[in-house]
Design a protein around this ligand. Structure first.
Ligand SMILES: Cc1cc2nc3c(=O)[nH]c(=O)nc-3n(C[C@H](O)[C@H](O)[C@H](O)COP(=O)(O)OP(=O)(O)OC[C@H]3O[C@@H](n4cnc5c(N)ncnc54)[C@H](O)[C@@H]3O)c2cc1C
Length: 309
């Protein structure tokens, strides 16, 4: 893959001189989706070129493409949500030998269960309903997994740029042609400090938005281009999650428990507990935002859950 390079200087507004960087594919957001998209694209290009070289496919090889992933966090993984159960099916397609390559799987799931909770009671479901079955899945730290994915990307020559937030979309003739990255070195009132660095204009043939749910920039792009017209609106849940260090020898890694009932009084939601090696547990709670409970407060409810245990 090509090295990133900065070309000419361009002025987009009255006072700031901005440099322009031309890239081939620009991906906004270095979470699992953005990093996987970059890696998949690089793999597809290599596979195409190998097939052309071996004569099994007709066509021209694709020249080196500069693929850039922008991540607003200061390092990859710093804005990722920790502690998740992951079905590895997509990762296996992307990196078939991910275990061999040392992908950070914390533990395989060894047991799963679903409970109905009352304030002081619990009833275990005699069978685990299929959506809650996790055999074959892994408990992972999303932050660590994303850092590993970024290393796989860099090994393929993809440019991963943490510390760069895309703050404005660039259009030409109504088409997205890249983004502007945020200025650095501003004080809390937006005034320039001594270390002020203007953001870059990153021009790209293809721009992929992988900002996660409620991406602030993609929302503007979507409004500008009317991408949600005639589509179902997004549906949101609100959740909180904690990782708790327990006393040594008290936690068996690889258990996945989902619950319904308490502490929810109205509305739909549930809680989850995943256990990790080194006596850590992940505990969280998620509720639909269309709840009829006007006092729905996931932080308070997670405290109620922990106090009732
Ligand atoms: C409470 C909770 C529990 C969950 N549990 C699980 C689970 O157990 N298993 C599971 O598979 N999934 C789980 N999920 C869902 C999972 O977290 C998401 O599906 C996954 O993180 C989505 O990945 P993504 O790359 O699309 O977005 P994200 O992980 O949100 O990554 C987006 C990245 O883009 C960056 N970014 C955003 N905007 C910009 C910008 N303008 N410029 C530059 N960078 C930008 C962000 O900093 C972030 O790093 C859970 C989610 C929640 C809220």
């Amino acid at each position: 893959m090509s090295e990133a390079h900065v070309s000419d200087s361009t002025s987009v507004n009255e006072e700031i001189q901005r440099e322009t960087m031309d890239v081939d594919v620009l991906i906004v957001g270095g979470g699992a989706a953005g990093l996987s998209a970059a890696l998949h694209l690089a793999n597809q290009i290599s596979a195409h070129n190998d097939a052309v070289a071996s004569g099994s496919k007709q066509g021209q090889p694709i020249p080196d493409q500069m693929i850039v992933v922008l991540e607003k966090a200061s390092e990859i993984g710093a804005h990722s949500l920790s502690g998740a159960v992951m079905n590895p099916v997509a990762l296996r397609e992307l990196v078939p030998n991910f275990e061999e390559l040392g992908a950070p799987m914390e533990t395989p799931v060894i047991e799963d269960a679903v409970y109905w909770l009352g304030e002081k009671t619990k009833i275990k479901a005699p069978v685990t309903p299929p959506p809650f079955e996790n055999h074959g899945n892994y408990v992972v730290s999303v932050s660590r997994l994303n850092r590993w994915l970024a290393q796989q990307c860099e090994a393929k020559g993809i440019n991963v740029f943490p510390g760069f937030a895309a703050v404005e979309c660039l259009y030409e003739n109504g088409k997205v042609v890249g983004v502007r990255t945020g200025d650095k070195g501003l004080d809390k009132n937006g005034n320039r400090k001594g270390n002020f660095e203007p953001g870059l204009l990153m021009k790209s043939k293809i721009t992929i938005f992988a900002e996660g749910t409620r991406g602030s920039l993609f929302q503007k792009v979507s409004n500008h281009l009317g991408l949600m017209e005639g589509k179902n609106p997004d549906v949101y849940e609100l959740g909180v999650k904690e990782i708790i260090q327990c006393p040594a020898g008290t936690v068996r890694a690889g258990e996945v428990i989902h619950t319904l009932g308490f502490p929810f009084k109205k509305g739909v939601g549930g809680t989850f507990i995943y256990t990790l090696p080194n006596d850590q547990i992940i505990v969280g709670l998620v509720g639909y935002l269309d709840t009829t409970d006007p006092l729905f407060d996931p932080h308070r409810m997670l405290q109620q859950l922990k106090l009732s245990c």
